[in-house]
Design a protein around this ligand. Structure first.
Ligand SMILES: Nc1ncnc2c1ncn2[C@@H]1O[C@H](COP(=O)(O)OP(=O)(O)OP(=O)(O)O)[C@@H](O)[C@H]1O
Ligand SMILES: [Mg+2]
Length: 359
């Protein structure tokens, strides 16, 4: 990855509104041809960062570089960056064709080039047959496709997408995820995608930047941020997990020996423990725990205090000593029966499935 060309460099950028610091100093690189996602809860600064890349907002400190050039002094329309918004922002009185052509005409493209590009873009998003319609004659998904065509038309170097799917219903959202991903591959453009939906981020991204409290919490592939979360915030925000406060007894390479509140000592995987760190959090994902016949490795005994049947999965809470441990069990081919509340169960996990987090 490091040898790839950088599309966007965020160099020590911070943003303050009045006295409120929306973003602490952040630095990150986004590579050419990458599907890069900014993921984080509401208010963590995702839109602010995107707006600074687009030029709608000025960084308080730092520098933003696009393909090697400092773009700080360029107004939004001079940056080869376009944005797709949640609200589509199409012009209601124009046809789809006119909507897509608008930006190109502003850039003074010749008429025949505009015509060809509009046709190509509407084709790309499968909307050619609606070219003469107006936005209000379209569904939400169709409008979003036209917004994409319009943003892609002027050949931007980077496409910014601010929660573009959040106004759509669940099924359509899922279908549009695949379309967006295919569109990114087809065009070979760099996409910077903003979402607060962790599943969307895991599904679509090459890399994810998890933002929280105006800071970068972790940057990594979907697998890295899920399997090896840097800290409690990331482990909690992406998926579900069980946390245990543990004492760190020793660290060797990517292994840490810890003592759990249940009294046992474990050797767990670590990647983010600081030298000298004595206390840490141990994370154990609910799906990595086996119940009864599926229990192996480190065995504990507990009582089921709640069950939630969710179709593909059943979620259990098991009380072990004074800890509540969440367990997720797949309702697989064997048609696993739901275990009853109040039942005593064995639960087991491999220490290799546990993670010691940094702070
Ligand atoms: N123009 C502004 N003036 C003052 N505060 C602002 C301004 N724009 C954003 N903020 C604040 O900065 C913080 C980050 O806002 P931002 O819009 O970047 O969040 P977000 O991560 O995009 O959230 P959401 O998921 O809700 O869209 C918020 O606390 C917000 O209230
Ligand atoms: Mg936002």
């Amino acid at each position: 990855m490091e040898s790839r060309k950088k599309a966007v460099e965020i160099r020590q950028v911070s943003k303050t509104f009045g006295t409120f610091q929306a973003l602490e100093t952040v630095s990150l690189d986004i590579y050419d041809n990458e599907f890069f996602t900014l993921l984080g809860p509401s208010g963590c600064g995702k839109t602010t960062l995107l707006r600074m890349i687009a030029g709608f907002e000025e960084p308080t400190t730092g520098q933003i570089v696009l393909h090697g050039s400092d773009i700080q002094s360029l107004p939004p329309h001079k940056r080869r960056v376009n944005t797709v918004f949640q609200s589509y922002a199409l012009f209601p009185h124009m046809t789809l064709e006119q909507n897509v052509a608008y930006g190109l005409e502003n850039l003074r493209w010749p008429k025949d080039k505009v015509r060809a590009r509009v046709a190509e873009m509407l084709d790309l998003v499968h909307m050619s047959k609606f070219a003469r319609r107006r936005p209000q004659q379209l569904s939400g998904g169709q409008r979003q496709r036209v917004a994409l065509a319009r943003a892609l038309a002027p050949e931007p170097e980077v496409l910014l997408l601010d929660e573009p799917l959040s106004a759509l219903d669940l099924k359509l959202r899922q279908a549009m995820r695949e379309e967006l991903r295919a569109l990114q591959r087809q065009t070979g453009l760099t996409f910077v995608f903003v979402t607060h939906d962790q599943e969307e981020a895991l599904d679509m991204s090459d890399r994810i930047c998890v933002l929280g409290d105006g800071r970068i919490q972790q940057i990594g592939s979907p697998r890295e941020v899920y399997e090896n979360p840097a800290n409690r915030f990331v482990a909690n925000f992406i998926g579900e997990t069980n946390f245990f406060d543990v004492d760190v007894l020793s660290v060797e390479g990517d292994q840490a020996k810890v003592r759990t509140p249940m009294g046992m000592e474990l050797t767990a995987t670590q990647k983010h423990v600081r030298p000298g760190q004595k206390q840490a959090t141990l994370s154990l994902r609910p799906e990595k725990i086996g119940l009864d016949d599926q229990a192996s490795g480190q065995i504990l005994s507990g009582t089921i205090t709640s069950t939630n049947y969710l179709g593909g999965f059943t979620h259990y809470v098991v009380r072990v000593g004074d800890a509540d441990i969440r367990v997720s069990r797949r309702n697989d081919l064997s048609d696993t029966p739901t275990l009853a509340e109040g039942a005593t169960v064995k639960l087991g996990f491999s220490p290799a499935a546990t993670r010691v987090l940094g702070q």
